[in-house]
Design a protein around this ligand. Structure first.
Ligand code: ADP
Ligand code: ZN
Length: 720
């Protein structure tokens, strides 16, 4: 390879990097960001390494521009290659996740933003008016932001600028990132916390790869403990990434980080405004952003010198990305840690079986906290046998639970009812002909949402007005809701406790500011009965909460998901863990039709290790993760028979291999999704097998035609 050619990896699904010629006198080392021509476009890429001979006799096109930015590190480039080969995707698809702040390349110079000038546009189209409304609400915004927020094309904004309806204002450059104050909000630790913190500090001091599983009951003060490790990593000159599973949680959490380190940390997820995203991106790349709190995609930011990754609530399925590159952020954090020789801390009160087994094998250091911090006690958990409950029709709360709620409210305390089902009822049936309301594009029920006055498909988002007559037999008033969602439980609660101040917390009713408002009301005890989905299970501190009722503990147990038991335990333990944090004790009451189930009996006994041990044994004998590895293959297409044919043809050519089993093909449980027919195959492989090589060999010469598609999901979490 000569000095005047470079390979540039582009953020697209291409085989590999493309070769380009460098203009005379321009140098570009691996990792440099470069603008290059591709077809008729000009695109951004990264100079890649690997001495590939430039294609013979082909005139190379020239690099247009090399950006004056810190290069993407060697570690990061190897990480991108690693992720691509593990998930069997093009490296460009992974690179695209790194380049998610296009404006960052304009540099932190002064930039132009726009405000409504007060001049009326000549043609007041709805699109134009939308832009102007947004442009008149306070802060000046850049053209790209206006476009994004108003959902219009570039020409709409340009037109308004041309007519003078938008006026330009110069924005100052980025606010620099402050230096953390490592002692700012340091709390004296309990003896148990101090011991754990010491172990984590030792891990940081070794300055190598290494993973700790920080395993402690809810409220044991894990956060304060990993804050100590973060302080040690920053003191050693590193940056820290703190991953959280849910963005709904971040506000309360950011405030806590701010108190601890005396600065607002960088903040990264899909709802962060573009300009702030660009600032964080640059701060991460030049090393000035010392602490970033983010959702899973923050792992792909162009870290200059990552000194520690913390994965909070490491067991959360939200770390698995379901579309695009289907990566698992906790697993990839561990990979990054080994490539970058930086430690990682996985924190949870209910670790995944994968992590527990790694700790058991000694691959992870197991750091445990057994007690709740201070005088707070873990809630006492009891079961309510629903087989004896004799519920009146259309009600869901057993007498013992209903009485306990009444007593809690009367005492001026807070109660929480948990049901992991959004909407009013999970199913609507016609009493006359038995027809069930169904999404036209998915094999899934349409769920009634009374608050929104809509029927909603939870798989594709399809909405329809609430039906008065049965769409099949046209009988009037014959549709009946079956089963409860949170809205229906709230209805029952309202009639039982007319004076209660009730809040429903579910992702339908609570977005952004709204959710923050509701959480504040809960913390201030302005609300005394909370009814919520799993949104309430995590992270929040509700100091007045003393009673938690689980409306249906069996929901996730019998779904056929191999992680159903583990998930159920985690969710119930997390929700129950919301109670009694204020130091006044707490109680959890769990309604179940399976009181003899080992999960239920161990819950009452508080015997997590016992239950997880049993689960591990079941997984081992069933050949499931973490003992054997899985890959799911989903064949889909808009034509039912072509899809089935391809799935069966694929099955027929599965290579025979020792240690690999191929299950299926079978129609997927959701066999129609967004109008596409779906068939599934499941591959189970022994740990010694190179699963990627097996899949590659199998699928090498298969090119699905027309609307057909083959999606591979390595380490799947979704079996629908
Ligand atoms: P976890 O992350 O294990 O659920 P947290 O770190 O959120 O636990 O701690 C639970 C509660 O106890 C929080 O309100 C926290 O502020 C408080 N806490 C934890 N450690 C200490 C400490 N050393 N001193 C004072 N308060 C603490
Ligand atoms: Zn649908």
């Amino acid at each position: 390879m000569t000095n005047d050619t470079v390979d540039v990896l582009l953020p697209y699904a291409l085989e590999g990097a493309y070769s380009y010629r460098l203009p005379a006198g321009v140098a570009a080392a691996p990792g440099a960001y470069a603008q290059v021509p591709l077809g008729t476009r000009s695109v951004l890429g990264v100079v890649w390494d690997g001495a590939r001979e430039p294609p013979e006799g082909k005139a190379l096109r020239q690099v247009e521009h090399v950006f004056d930015l810190p290069p993407l590190t060697e570690t990061h480039r190897r990480f991108i290659d690693w992720v691509a080969s593990y998930y069997l995707t093009a490296p460009g698809n992974v690179l695209r996740m790194v380049l998610r702040a296009p404006g960052a390349f304009e540099g932190p110079r002064q930039r132009i933003a726009y405000q409504a000038s007060g001049i009326e546009p000549r043609r007041p189209t709805p699109q134009r008016l939308r832009v102007l409304r947004i442009a008149s609400e306070g802060m000046p915004l850049m053209a790209r932001e206006l476009q994004e927020l108003a959902g219009v094309g570039a020409s709409v904004v340009k037109g308004l600028i041309g007519e003078g309806a938008l006026k330009a204002v110069l924005l100052p450059g980025d606010a620099p990132f402050a230096t953390p104050d490592l002692e700012a909000g340091h709390l004296p630790l309990s003896r148990e916390q101090e011991r754990a913190a010491r172990e984590l500090r030792a891990l940081i001091a070794r300055r190598g790869a290494g993973v700790a599983l920080l395993d402690g009951v809810t409220g044991s003060g894990k956060t304060e403990v990993y804050f100590e490790a973060m302080a040690a990593a920053i003191a050693g000159g590193g940056q820290v990434l703190l991953l959280l599973p849910e963005i709904a949680l971040t506000q309360q959490f950011l405030a806590r980080v701010e108190r601890r380190f005396g600065l607002a940390p960088g903040h990264w997820h899909s709802d962060v405004r573009p300009r702030e995203r660009e600032r964080v991106w640059r701060g991460v790349a030049d090393g000035t952003a010392k602490i970033v709190v983010g959702a899973r995609s923050a792992l792909f930011l162009p870290w200059a010198r990552l000194g520690l990754i913390v994965v909070d609530e490491e067991h959360e399925p939200a770390y698995k990305q379901e579309d695009g590159v289907p990566y698992h952020a906790r697993d990839m954090a561990v990979v990054y840690s080994s490539l970058a020789k930086c430690p990682a801390i996985l924190a949870s009160a209910t670790p995944s079986l994968e992590s527990l087994l790694n700790a058991e094998k000694g691959k992870y250091r197991h750091v445990r906290l057994h007690n709740r911090h201070g005088r707070a006690e873990l809630p006492k958990t009891s079961l309510i046998d629903m087989r004896q409950a004799k519920l009146a029709s259309g009600t869901w709360l057993s007498e013992p639970l209903a009485e306990a709620i009444g007593a809690t409210l009367a005492a001026g305390d807070q109660a929480l009812l948990f049901l992991n089902r959004r909407g009013y009822a999970p199913l609507t049936l016609c009493r006359r002909c038995g027809h069930r309301l169904q999404c036209p594009q998915c094999s899934a029920a349409l769920i009634e949402h009374r608050f929104r006055r809509q029927l909603l498909c939870h798989f594709c988002g399809h909405t329809a007005p609430v039906a008065q007559a049965c769409p099949d037999c046209h009988a009037e008033g014959s549709l009946v809701p079956c089963g409860p969602g949170v809205e229906r439980v709230a209805e029952e609660a309202r009639s039982r406790y007319p004076d209660a101040r009730i809040a429903i917390l579910s992702s339908d009713l609570t977005r952004g500011a709204n959710l923050r408002g509701m959480l504040t009301a809960v913390v201030k005890n302005e609300v005394n009965l909370i009814i919520g989905t799993q949104l309430v299970a995590k992270g929040h501190n509700f100091p007045h909460l003393t009673l938690v009722g689980v409306v249906d503990a069996d929901l996730a147990l019998e779904t056929g998901d191999p992680r159903g038991g583990e998930r159920t335990w985690a969710i119930i333990a997390q929700v129950a863990g919301r109670a009694g944090r204020g130091g006044r004790g707490g109680v959890a009451m769990v309604q179940t039709y399976l009181p003899q189930h080992p999960l239920m009996t161990s819950l009452v006994a508080g015997d997590r290790d016992g239950y997880f041990g049993q689960e591990l044994a079941i997984r081992a004998s069933a050949g499931l993760p973490p003992y054997r590895r899985l890959a799911a293959i989903v064949v889909s297409g808009s034509d039912a028979s072509a899809t089935e044919r391809l799935a069966k043809a694929l099955r027929a050519r599965a290579p025979m291999a020792q240690g690999v089993d191929v299950l299926g093909t079978a129609p997927a449980p959701i066999h129609l999704l967004r109008g596409r027919h779906r068939w599934r195959l499941l591959v189970k492989a022994d740990p010694a097998i190179n699963l990627q090589a097996y899949l590659k060999a199998w699928l090498a010469d298969v090119t699905p035609k027309g609307s057909l598609r083959i999606d591979i999901d390595v380490d799947p979490y979704n079996f629908l």
